[in-house]
Unconditional design. Structure first.
Lengths: 108, 114
Protein backbone atom coordinates (compact mmCIF):
# COMPACT_ATOMS: atom_id res chain seq x y z
CA UNK A 1 0.00 0.00 0.00
CA UNK A 2 1.35 3.41 -0.97
CA UNK A 3 1.94 5.92 1.78
CA UNK A 4 -0.02 8.49 -0.21
CA UNK A 5 -3.22 7.43 -1.90
CA UNK A 6 -5.24 9.60 -4.24
CA UNK A 7 -8.73 9.15 -5.57
CA UNK A 8 -10.04 9.03 -8.13
CA UNK A 9 -7.24 8.07 -10.51
CA UNK A 10 -9.16 9.52 -13.43
CA UNK A 11 -11.97 12.03 -13.49
CA UNK A 12 -13.91 13.38 -16.45
CA UNK A 13 -16.44 16.12 -15.89
CA UNK A 14 -18.38 18.76 -17.76
CA UNK A 15 -17.38 22.40 -17.71
CA UNK A 16 -18.85 24.15 -14.71
CA UNK A 17 -18.96 21.13 -12.42
CA UNK A 18 -17.57 21.17 -8.91
CA UNK A 19 -14.55 18.90 -8.69
CA UNK A 20 -13.17 17.10 -5.65
CA UNK A 21 -9.93 15.14 -5.54
CA UNK A 22 -9.02 13.28 -2.38
CA UNK A 23 -5.72 12.41 -0.79
CA UNK A 24 -5.10 10.10 2.17
CA UNK A 25 -1.74 9.46 3.73
CA UNK A 26 -0.42 7.07 6.33
CA UNK A 27 2.76 8.78 7.55
CA UNK A 28 3.42 11.67 9.87
CA UNK A 29 3.84 14.82 7.87
CA UNK A 30 5.10 18.34 8.28
CA UNK A 31 3.24 19.65 5.24
CA UNK A 32 1.08 18.54 2.33
CA UNK A 33 1.39 19.83 -1.20
CA UNK A 34 -1.06 19.91 -4.04
CA UNK A 35 0.63 20.18 -7.41
CA UNK A 36 -0.55 20.42 -10.97
CA UNK A 37 1.13 18.84 -13.97
CA UNK A 38 0.05 19.84 -17.45
CA UNK A 39 0.50 17.70 -20.55
CA UNK A 40 3.73 19.55 -21.31
CA UNK A 41 5.12 17.96 -18.18
CA UNK A 42 6.01 20.88 -15.94
CA UNK A 43 4.90 20.79 -12.32
CA UNK A 44 3.35 23.77 -10.61
CA UNK A 45 2.83 24.01 -6.88
CA UNK A 46 -0.76 24.93 -6.09
CA UNK A 47 -0.85 24.77 -2.32
CA UNK A 48 1.31 23.88 0.62
CA UNK A 49 -0.66 23.40 3.80
CA UNK A 50 -0.24 21.92 7.23
CA UNK A 51 -3.66 22.70 8.70
CA UNK A 52 -7.05 24.08 7.85
CA UNK A 53 -7.94 25.41 4.47
CA UNK A 54 -6.45 27.54 1.72
CA UNK A 55 -8.12 29.19 -1.24
CA UNK A 56 -6.69 30.58 -4.43
CA UNK A 57 -9.12 31.68 -7.08
CA UNK A 58 -11.35 28.73 -7.93
CA UNK A 59 -9.14 26.28 -6.08
CA UNK A 60 -9.66 25.27 -2.46
CA UNK A 61 -7.51 22.86 -0.48
CA UNK A 62 -8.39 21.45 2.91
CA UNK A 63 -6.57 19.18 5.27
CA UNK A 64 -7.65 17.18 8.30
CA UNK A 65 -4.53 16.23 10.23
CA UNK A 66 -6.36 13.88 12.61
CA UNK A 67 -7.90 11.93 9.75
CA UNK A 68 -4.77 12.20 7.58
CA UNK A 69 -6.83 13.37 4.67
CA UNK A 70 -6.81 16.30 2.29
CA UNK A 71 -9.09 17.40 -0.50
CA UNK A 72 -8.59 19.65 -3.49
CA UNK A 73 -11.72 21.32 -4.84
CA UNK A 74 -12.19 23.17 -8.09
CA UNK A 75 -15.27 25.35 -8.42
CA UNK A 76 -16.79 26.24 -11.79
CA UNK A 77 -14.38 23.93 -13.58
CA UNK A 78 -13.05 24.90 -16.99
CA UNK A 79 -11.34 22.92 -19.77
CA UNK A 80 -8.08 24.68 -18.98
CA UNK A 81 -8.18 22.97 -15.55
CA UNK A 82 -7.52 19.68 -17.34
CA UNK A 83 -4.26 18.35 -15.93
CA UNK A 84 -2.86 15.79 -13.54
CA UNK A 85 -3.25 16.83 -9.92
CA UNK A 86 -0.76 15.35 -7.51
CA UNK A 87 -0.79 15.21 -3.74
CA UNK A 88 2.59 14.99 -2.05
CA UNK A 89 3.41 14.95 1.65
CA UNK A 90 6.58 16.01 3.36
CA UNK A 91 7.55 13.35 5.90
CA UNK A 92 9.58 13.70 9.07
CA UNK A 93 12.78 13.50 7.04
CA UNK A 94 11.49 16.38 4.92
CA UNK A 95 11.31 14.18 1.85
CA UNK A 96 8.33 14.58 -0.46
CA UNK A 97 6.33 11.38 -0.87
CA UNK A 98 4.16 11.58 -3.94
CA UNK A 99 0.76 10.21 -4.78
CA UNK A 100 0.10 8.67 -8.16
CA UNK A 101 -1.87 11.67 -9.36
CA UNK A 102 -5.42 12.23 -10.56
CA UNK A 103 -5.92 12.83 -14.26
CA UNK A 104 -8.68 15.40 -14.66
CA UNK A 105 -10.40 16.11 -17.96
CA UNK A 106 -12.95 18.89 -18.18
CA UNK A 107 -15.09 18.76 -21.29
CA UNK A 108 -16.58 21.93 -22.76
CA UNK B 1 12.22 36.39 -11.96
CA UNK B 2 13.35 33.25 -13.79
CA UNK B 3 11.93 29.98 -12.56
CA UNK B 4 13.67 26.68 -12.13
CA UNK B 5 15.15 25.64 -15.44
CA UNK B 6 16.28 22.22 -16.50
CA UNK B 7 18.42 21.20 -19.42
CA UNK B 8 18.02 19.34 -21.66
CA UNK B 9 14.27 18.95 -21.93
CA UNK B 10 14.70 15.62 -23.68
CA UNK B 11 17.60 13.23 -23.99
CA UNK B 12 17.81 9.94 -25.83
CA UNK B 13 20.93 7.91 -25.19
CA UNK B 14 22.07 4.36 -25.66
CA UNK B 15 22.49 1.95 -22.81
CA UNK B 16 25.96 2.27 -21.38
CA UNK B 17 26.40 5.92 -22.29
CA UNK B 18 26.68 8.80 -19.89
CA UNK B 19 24.16 11.58 -19.53
CA UNK B 20 24.33 14.73 -17.44
CA UNK B 21 21.20 16.61 -16.49
CA UNK B 22 21.37 20.17 -15.29
CA UNK B 23 19.13 22.17 -13.00
CA UNK B 24 19.33 25.91 -12.43
CA UNK B 25 17.33 26.79 -9.33
CA UNK B 26 15.73 30.12 -8.63
CA UNK B 27 18.44 32.55 -7.61
CA UNK B 28 18.90 32.65 -3.85
CA UNK B 29 17.19 29.34 -3.18
CA UNK B 30 19.32 27.29 -0.82
CA UNK B 31 17.31 24.09 -1.18
CA UNK B 32 17.52 22.05 -4.36
CA UNK B 33 15.78 18.73 -4.86
CA UNK B 34 15.94 16.08 -7.52
CA UNK B 35 12.99 13.73 -8.17
CA UNK B 36 12.20 11.27 -10.90
CA UNK B 37 9.23 9.44 -12.32
CA UNK B 38 9.94 6.16 -14.02
CA UNK B 39 7.36 4.57 -16.27
CA UNK B 40 4.03 4.00 -14.61
CA UNK B 41 5.19 4.81 -11.10
CA UNK B 42 4.90 7.66 -8.66
CA UNK B 43 7.42 10.44 -8.57
CA UNK B 44 10.19 9.52 -6.16
CA UNK B 45 12.61 11.61 -4.18
CA UNK B 46 16.28 11.29 -5.18
CA UNK B 47 18.21 13.81 -3.12
CA UNK B 48 18.25 17.18 -1.45
CA UNK B 49 20.98 19.80 -1.43
CA UNK B 50 21.23 22.65 1.01
CA UNK B 51 23.52 25.07 -0.75
CA UNK B 52 26.41 22.89 -1.93
CA UNK B 53 25.97 20.16 0.68
CA UNK B 54 24.03 16.95 0.22
CA UNK B 55 21.45 17.05 2.98
CA UNK B 56 19.78 13.78 2.07
CA UNK B 57 20.68 11.41 -0.73
CA UNK B 58 18.73 8.43 0.53
CA UNK B 59 16.65 8.27 -2.63
CA UNK B 60 19.54 7.81 -5.03
CA UNK B 61 18.97 4.42 -6.62
CA UNK B 62 22.58 3.27 -6.97
CA UNK B 63 26.13 4.42 -7.50
CA UNK B 64 25.58 5.02 -11.19
CA UNK B 65 23.95 8.29 -10.18
CA UNK B 66 26.09 11.22 -9.10
CA UNK B 67 24.73 14.61 -8.17
CA UNK B 68 26.75 17.73 -7.58
CA UNK B 69 26.03 21.32 -6.74
CA UNK B 70 29.34 23.10 -6.88
CA UNK B 71 29.22 26.58 -5.42
CA UNK B 72 25.66 26.10 -4.28
CA UNK B 73 24.16 27.35 -7.52
CA UNK B 74 23.20 25.00 -10.33
CA UNK B 75 23.19 21.25 -9.90
CA UNK B 76 24.03 18.38 -12.20
CA UNK B 77 22.84 14.81 -12.08
CA UNK B 78 25.03 12.39 -13.95
CA UNK B 79 24.03 8.88 -14.86
CA UNK B 80 26.98 6.68 -15.79
CA UNK B 81 26.56 4.17 -17.31
CA UNK B 82 22.89 4.57 -18.14
CA UNK B 83 20.62 1.53 -18.03
CA UNK B 84 17.23 0.98 -19.62
CA UNK B 85 15.44 1.29 -16.28
CA UNK B 86 16.79 4.80 -15.83
CA UNK B 87 14.34 6.05 -18.44
CA UNK B 88 11.86 8.49 -17.03
CA UNK B 89 11.32 12.14 -16.25
CA UNK B 90 13.72 13.83 -13.88
CA UNK B 91 12.41 16.85 -12.03
CA UNK B 92 14.28 19.47 -10.11
CA UNK B 93 12.80 21.80 -7.52
CA UNK B 94 14.18 24.61 -5.42
CA UNK B 95 13.02 26.52 -2.38
CA UNK B 96 14.21 29.22 -0.04
CA UNK B 97 16.16 28.38 3.09
CA UNK B 98 14.21 26.41 5.66
CA UNK B 99 12.64 23.00 5.62
CA UNK B 100 9.03 23.85 4.91
CA UNK B 101 9.34 26.54 2.33
CA UNK B 102 7.38 26.37 -0.88
CA UNK B 103 9.05 24.46 -3.67
CA UNK B 104 9.14 25.57 -7.28
CA UNK B 105 9.58 22.94 -9.96
CA UNK B 106 11.33 22.81 -13.27
CA UNK B 107 9.80 21.45 -16.45
CA UNK B 108 11.65 18.19 -16.10
CA UNK B 109 14.07 16.30 -18.33
CA UNK B 110 12.67 13.33 -20.17
CA UNK B 111 15.41 10.70 -20.38
CA UNK B 112 15.06 7.76 -22.70
CA UNK B 113 17.67 5.04 -22.61
CA UNK B 114 17.54 2.71 -25.60
Amino acid sequence: KNEVEQSPQNLTAQEGEFITINCSYSVGISALHWLQQHPGGGIVSLFMLSSGKKKHGRLIATINIQEKHSSLHITASHPRDSAVYICAVKNSNYQLIWGAGTKLIIKP
Amino acid sequence: EAGVTQFPSHSVIEKGQTVTLRCDPISGHDNLYWYRRVMGKEIKFLLHFVKESKQDESGMPNNRFLAERTGGTYSTLKVQPAELEDSGVYFCASSKAGMNTEAFFGQGTRLTVV
